[in-house]
Design a protein around this ligand. Sequence first.
Ligand code: ADP
Length: 253
Amino acid sequence: MSPKALTPLLNVTDLHKSFGTNKVLRGIDFSVRSGEVLALIGPSGSGKTTALRCLNGLESPDSGVVSFAGGPEVAFQPGLPAKKAQVLRDRSAMVFQGHHLFPHLTVLQNVTIGPLQVQRRPREEVMARANELLERVGLEQKSSDYPSSLSGGQQQRVGIVRALMLQPDLLLFDEPTSALDPELVGEVLSVIKELAQEGWSMVLVTHELAFARDVADTVVFMDDGVVVEHGPAAQVLGNPTHERTKAFMQRLL
Ligand code: ADP
């Protein structure tokens, strides 16, 4: 393993989250190193998306700590102002299940609005980077088009460029292909795989186990709000030790 891959990037400690009486996260721990691709897998309703959203301040856990190397570190507690969790958003960027693009903005405007208006970066640099990234995902011809004229796979690739434009240290993917028609899944997965090969750090909630085996270094298997198994992808997916992981894999065969 390269030294880069040993540098800690994110630590998640003992996250708890309930929605009313529904205890969705019941003490989640894991960590991500720089350059690591971590796949979060598990049955529907096990808390994967909620855990992912906590990393980005989109969800505020009831307790636990999310800390990025070099900051910020957020120790959650009941009543913590939402703003405290939002500081996490500077370190990561989320690619959602659906693309979440602004319908009234062009592709180029969608991917540059954050860097220009929120991050207030220089226009010339932002435009150059946007064009470079749109070209990389094969959408350079679409930059003046509106999202509604694009296929689902193209929209999702714009969503990925929008996340990259924010220059995050960590990319978060929430089931990035689950809303797509089957024939469009491959084009999105191949972009994600390229990013993984380039050394981007990412946490990926996915039900695409073959893809997880292909790109992930580490797999976390969650069930019923806890981490049941956490280890190298080949081991967790190929030779799981826990009964619950084995049962989950078998259901998918
Ligand atoms: P997964 O990603 O593993 O399918 P989720 O994190 O999406 O699991 O959901 C876990 C549980 O939390 C589900 O029972 C879901 O209904 C509940 N849940 C998620 N988000 C909310 C919310 N905003 N309000 C109420 N319940 C929620």
